[in-house]
Design a protein around this ligand. Sequence first.
Ligand SMILES: Nc1ncnc2c1ncn2[C@@H]1O[C@H](COP(=O)(O)OP(=O)(O)OP(=O)(O)O)[C@@H](O)[C@H]1O
Ligand SMILES: [Zn+2]
Ligand SMILES: [Zn+2]
Length: 813
Amino acid sequence: MLTASVFVNIPVKSIAKAYTYSVPAELSFLEAGWRVFVPFGGRKVEGFILAVADKAETELAGIKLKPIEAAIDEECWFTPAMIKAAKWLADFYLCSLAEMMRLFMPGKSGLKISVQYEAVEEEGGHILLQMPMYRVVYQYLADQGPQGRNAIARALPEVKEELPSILEKLVQYKVLRKEYAAQKRDNARYEKLVVLTCQLTGQIREGYKRKKAQLHLLELLAAAPEQTLAMADLKAAKVSSATVRNLAEAGLAEIRQRRVLRDSYGDVQADRQRVELTEEQAAAVRAMEPALSAHAYQGFLLKGVTGSGKTQVYIEMAERARRLGRQVIVLVPEIALTGQVVTAFKAYFPDDIVVMHSRLSLAERNDAILRVRRGGAGIIIGARSALFTPAEDVGLIIMDEEQDMSYKQDESPRYHARVVAEELAHIHGGLLLLGSATPSLESYHRARQGELTLLTLTKRIGNLPLPLVKCVDMRQELRLGNRHIMSRPLQQLIEQTIAKRQQLIIMLNRRGFSTFVMCRSCGEVIKCKLCGLPLVYHQGVGGRPGRLACHHCDVTEPIPDTCPKCGSRYIKYFGSGTEKLEQELHQVVPSARVIRMDRDTTNTKFAHQEILARFRRQEYDILLGTQMVAKGHDIPNVTAVGIISADSSLNLPDFRAAERCFMLITQTAGRAGRHTEQGRVIIQTYNPEHYAVTCGIVQDYEGFYAQELKLRQQLFYPPYSRLVKLLYQNEDEQAARSGAAQLIAAFQQQFRGDKRQQAIGPSPAVIARLRGIYRFVVLIKTADLPAVQAFLRAQGLHLRTDVAIDIDPITML
Ligand SMILES: Nc1ncnc2c1ncn2[C@@H]1O[C@H](COP(=O)(O)OP(=O)(O)OP(=O)(O)O)[C@@H](O)[C@H]1O
Ligand SMILES: [Zn+2]
Ligand SMILES: [Zn+2]
């Protein structure tokens, strides 16, 4: 008998294992990778087939297997590579296989599950129904038959608020029954076609002499390729739908449907410029070429200063991969950057690209997947989720701005795109290409150790010098009486640049702003008296004033009114938003035309692209925004950049604070002066002496790297260790804390005396209490991650719902 081992798509840890089902004869074509409907716990759910086996009846004696009910798709969904990757990732990140497999399909489920409520008749006299609100809901369902919650809410607006709890109660007391209906999501788009189904003879023409409109359509169809026209095009040709219907009724034409695959970035067009590779670019390509045809994994790190033409190297490599018939994935860190990369690639591969990111609708993503599956496109560009596009033979995975934080998913499953990309490249026997002007310390360290092959581009295209960066000490500004967000030198730079009809980018670093308290007079940040880490601001609850807390030492103190160092009253400065800065810009430089790009102005699908396009067309002088304006943009007329509070991120209690600050300065400054003249940059800071700032100003990656690496070694932080963050959550504070403490005790027992296995905590999380749940953190530093993963599994942590496991956490908060 055919049996299948099926993983159900329910990410509940306690049931996270494969179940065996029988495969009915009519579904004997099923194999590993198909998505199917299976009965599970009285419901019909989605399952993934992991393996199919032919078992002897004797083997199954006494076991009663439920049969698979149906296949969800017309074809197998998961390729062997996808299953392999999902298994590896589930192991590595200690999460359930279902969670990982879900990543490989848009929308987390191939099914639309709808819940309907049905009145159970005999129970009409239940005591609950004496309450009017309960009665109303019951009566409505008894009259109307089964309905979904939204439909009930629409019909009975008077109970809307309480509806969820009413329904729950009624189900609990069996007055109502809950019914699950599962349906395949089908948001396919079809187009209507008109097809000529006869020979257009003289006789027919004669017969239609009087019916001008129909004859006209007959002629159009006869002349069309494959004698077929799209209904949509007929409107433009002034053919009415009645005319079409008449011909169809006469049997001369037919109306058919055809599936259309949406192409979300189909309108992007780009001209191809002839580009002669620079010597450095050519050398990089030459170094990688052999690996592509070798069909074996190899990893590269392309370190090229801002504006050195890394994108062109990506394109050349993609071209070579496509020539070998292999697929390419291009990752960009932010949706804001997809447009620019898509445009660059479109010039070379006009019809070979799909775009994948979370702002696209489910239907658009489904269509993109189908285009890749059917071989209609071989280059997938997008944010981290693009990695999970079903592709048969990925020859090349490019990760632009590989150091970027947004490559880490900050909700479960907490994967890092770099880890996934590397594993996929291994599985496919492909090439991994990490690119950046400021590689993460981890990647650069690996390159220096020989784990990645290092390629460098040291010069800007056209040999333009890197921008000239000046630093403004904001403490000095306050002393000179300037209480604005913007310093005088920055105001001057704005005026001068606009006078030359050139453009500026101004970046306001928001990171860290909401967490620390700083004195604007002397730059002092309030720190913990015990350990020296910046104290974290906690909002007051119920009218009580906020407090400052140390997350290492678990102590809190009130917020001071004056600076403990210099006595100034200019304390409690939590920074300001882009909106406020925009107002100030209008005051200070009234003639400047300002466009803002931040979370508020970019919540629609193409908002980023529109803002950037308008700025590029020079409808504005200044692009003002948060971190999202810092990276990757290549806008010719931008010759100046201003960075507000470049160093605010230095005050985060996070070992990567300096790295982020340095990278932000280097990246943002790198937007200026990429095409015609040397760029000018002003950095506003309270920490002009900090090495992250001094190295950032002269774009000295090596200098920064050397200093930072030393610190990391001393403190046993990555790249010398790997981290695992465990978040214990419980309604009971003591239970949360002691759970964490027990783990630490077990850890110390296991790794006794091993200095390279450390467990720190338990300490309260930055949000120490969320919706009534207490949260405690354990931080593990390890030189042997596999040993820690094994330990955590042995402790059963991967099955616990009250502990969130974060391998390689990206923030310490
Ligand atoms: N060989 C070349 N000849 C002429 N122009 C080139 C060449 N290679 C790249 N360019 C152009 O140089 C500019 C900068 O290139 P690109 O945007 O790829 O830099 P980058 O290295 O990605 O920089 P960043 O790290 O700042 O994103 C682009 O406008 C690009 O079209
Ligand atoms: Zn002070
Ligand atoms: Zn402390």
